[in-house]
Design a protein. Structure first.
Length: 286
């Protein structure tokens, strides 16, 4: 493909991804009240004497600008669209990459999309469970004499940032495994980088978490480090199996100073059929 064809393909994939995100945002806009009730629950779980109850006596968040309500609904809808449409835009991302891969590697599409969606959801769920303790810690730092009357726009920015950061961070092990499977990142290199990688993971967790409290950092850093170690283990097993397959090949017994014969076997290429009566090498040249 020419550069222009690549750009056209990228534009097509982006438009499709944005379409799915837009459809997810419409769903988020429609179910906005239910989503807000779920997202504000960590604030409502704070002790009664530490949060604003309002005239109704329930759990209340406030906003101070007439446009805040509209902007909040737009933002919640957009983030809901990104989360709900994750399997679809992840597929578009993978579909843009796969033309450069072998046929066997392109078969990983379903696994990539499925596992990445599960990891993103797992990260978002962990973030939601972390928010309550992180919020209680942050509010508690103000002392018993302070009452948390929180702006709903700032609160939702905090919550959605936590969800997105945890969800994206949990994609790290899948990225490592996929790079190993396509031969870019061997397990030996990963093992040399293990200590540095774990250190950088905790640095990332300390910087990326919106609250930047130690509890949130640990809740993000520890699972990321464990998932990275699991990815290194998977890469190590994959490389060992690959080495055994190569050692079992027909050239394994040749001395080091003897060149292996050329393998002229032609693998079928998508969209091209062999020409009858021609040698496979001549067919490829054609």
């Amino acid at each position: 493909m020419s550069l222009r064809d690549h750009i056209a393909e990228l534009r097509s994939r982006l438009l499709k991804a944005l379409l799915f995100v837009f459809l997810g945002a419409v769903v988020g806009w429609i179910f906005y009240p239910q989503i807000i009730d779920v997202l504000k629950q960590p604030y409502c779980d704070l002790p009664v004497d530490r949060r604003f109850q309002g005239a109704s006596g329930g759990c209340q968040l406030i906003f101070t600008s007439p446009l805040d309500g509209f902007m909040l609904r737009m933002k919640v809808g957009a983030i809901s669209g990104v989360i709900l449409a994750a399997p679809f835009w992840l597929y578009q991302l993978w579909a843009f990459i796969t033309p450069g891969l072998r046929r066997r590697e392109r078969r990983w599409t379903v696994s990539f999309v499925g596992i990445s969606s599960l990891l993103f959801a797992a990260g978002a769920v962990l973030a939601y469970l972390t928010i309550e303790n992180a919020l209680a810690l942050l509010v508690g730092l103000a002392g018993d004499s302070a009452l948390a009357v929180i702006d709903i726009v700032k609160y939702m920015s905090f919550v959605t940032s936590m969800l997105l950061v945890f969800g994206v961070a949990f994609e790290l092990p899948l990225l490592v495994v996929m790079l190993n499977f396509v031969g870019i990142l061997p397990a030996a290199r990963l093992r040399r980088w293990q200590r540095l990688a774990v250190f950088l993971i905790f640095v990332f967790a300390a910087v990326a978490t919106p609250s930047q409290d130690p509890f949130s950092m640990l809740m993000l850093g520890i699972p990321m480090a464990l998932l990275f170690e699991l990815a290194v283990l998977v890469a190590w097993v994959h490389d060992r199996r690959k080495a055994r397959r190569e050692a079992a090949g027909s050239f394994a017994e040749l001395p080091d100073d003897v060149a292996s014969p050329l393998d002229l076997t032609v693998e079928p290429v998508d969209g091209l059929d062999p020409v009858d009566g021609l040698d496979p090498v001549d067919d490829v040249r054609r």
